[in-house]
Ligand binder design. Structure first.
Ligand code: CTP
Length: 394
């Protein structure tokens, strides 16, 4: 993807360096455009060195290859992202003022525009800014709202540039095809916790990254997502419904409660198979040399869902295996009555639990099998969601 990144005069301008890096890590190319006010906060040289592209600073900085530059850049980029965007540039965009390169580019660009404002809280809540933001939204521009927190002016309030991962996600969201529009998915992620006493619990190594990557992929493609996630999982940097849960029983209840309003359910969570027979109300004291814990089986959520399934919901499971990978996964595929199961080897340190990467095989109920080589979990999530689309289309 080719991104035109507009940077305006705000202290958060320094964050654009990190933003460029985040895009580059995913293989995107960034073309920086900075306003004269922006140059008070970060240099042209920094932006050009990091991006590997010449930074545009002025409207009339010479004609390159006899192109009119704002027109040629407008034709080159896939999306225009402005981060940070000041109240001033928002006002100019809203009113069609074109008195510098960035505002002129805005008028000549016909693609998607994403705007991440950052300013003092009073400026952000001023009726003039509010009205201008509304105009941009009505026009179809995507606004990544600023966050609350400590501002450069030493005040607390709403006005801080949104999280950079969130800005990145919204930029992708602007461009992706919405092939899951009208579909709703439940996705579970992370590990459950089975409490022994008020402060100790049994859990496992699942980080929740695979489930969250799947939720992101659905959201990028226009799907609605209910993410039911364990407490240890990372924050979600996009807008979906998030329900936190603790024990296997808790996850079971929350999944069943939401199941009937969903078309797809992906159980990516590593659910505890056993829970203590009794949970002590006080901290267990070390009064003896050994301690026996008695455990009982938890409910198999996927199995229950396959029994209560009323409409033609797609059910997908994960098989976390350390031995006899395929045989075990095949058994789970059948016993849980799934459309497909995603098999990963959780013994390997470089993929699966806690890692940012995964390598999977998908085993389908019709006997087909597909292997996907080691890739970032975000890429693996895309492959899995593509397979769900294929099933839905059959
Ligand atoms: N699962 C579930 N409810 C449970 C346990 C697991 O819904 N109580 C789901 C998992 O989310 C996963 C699939 O079942 O999608 C397979 O989980 P896994 O831990 O690999 O297998 P188990 O069914 O627990 O069997 P085993 O522990 O014997 O491997």
């Amino acid at each position: 993807m080719k991104i035109g990144l507009g940077i305006t005069g705000c202290i958060a301008a320094y964050k654009s360096v990190e933003l460029i890096r985040l895009f580059q890590k995913r293989g995107d190319e960034v073309f920086p455009i900075i306003t004269q006010n922006g140059l008070n906060f970060i240099t042209e040289l920094t932006l050009s060195s990091i991006s590997g592209n010449k930074t545009t600073t002025e409207m009339f900085s010479g004609v390159e290859n006899w192109d009119v530059k704002h027109i040629s850049l407008a034709r080159k980029i896939d999306v225009l992202l402005v981060a940070p965007a000041t109240a001033n540039i928002i006002a100019k965009f809203a009113n069609g003022i074109a008195d510098d390169f960035l505002s002129t580019l805005y008028l000549s660009f016909e693609g998607k525009v994403v705007i991440a404002p950052a300013m003092n809280k009073s400026m952000w809540s001023h009726p003039a800014t509010k009205r201008n933001v509304e105009i941009l939204k009505e026009r179809g521009n995507i606004i990544v709202n600023p966050e609350s927190g400590y501002l450069a002016c030493k005040e607390e309030g709403e006005g801080r540039l949104a999280d950079l991962e969130k800005i990145l996600n919204y930029t992708y969201h602007a461009l992706r095809e919405k092939d899951f529009k009208g579909k709703r998915a439940i996705i579970t992620a992370g590990a459950t916790r089975e409490f022994i006493d008020p402060i100790r619990f049994i859990t496992n190594r699942s980080s929740g990254k695979m489930g969250i990557s799947l939720a992101r992929e659905f959201w990028l493609r226009g799907g609605e997502v209910i993410l039911i996630k364990g407490k240890n999982t990372p924050d979600v940097k996009f807008d979906i419904e998030v329900i936190e849960c603790e024990s296997a029983e808790d996850m079971f209840k929350k999944t069943v409660e939401n199941f009937s309003r969903c078309d797809i359910c992906i159980m990516a969570a590593a659910v505890s198979d056993y829970t203590p027979l009794r949970r002590e109300s006080e901290k267990i004291k070390k009064n003896s040399e050994t301690l026996n814990l008695k455990l009982k089986r938890t409910t198999d959520i996927l199995k229950e869902l396959s029994k209560i399934k009323k409409k033609n919901q797609i059910l997908i499971g994960f098989a976390a295996e350390t031995e006899n990978l395929k045989t075990n996964a095949q058994k789970k595929l059948k016993s849980k009555n799934l459309d497909f199961i995603v098999l990963n080897d959780v013994k390997r340190k470089d993929i699966g639990f806690e890692s940012d990467e995964n390598e999977i095989s998908i085993l389908f109920k019709d006997g087909r099998e597909k292997f996907f080589k080691k890739s970032k979990k975000e890429i693996i999530a895309k492959y899995i969601v593509d397979e769900i689309k294929n099933i839905g289309e059959k």
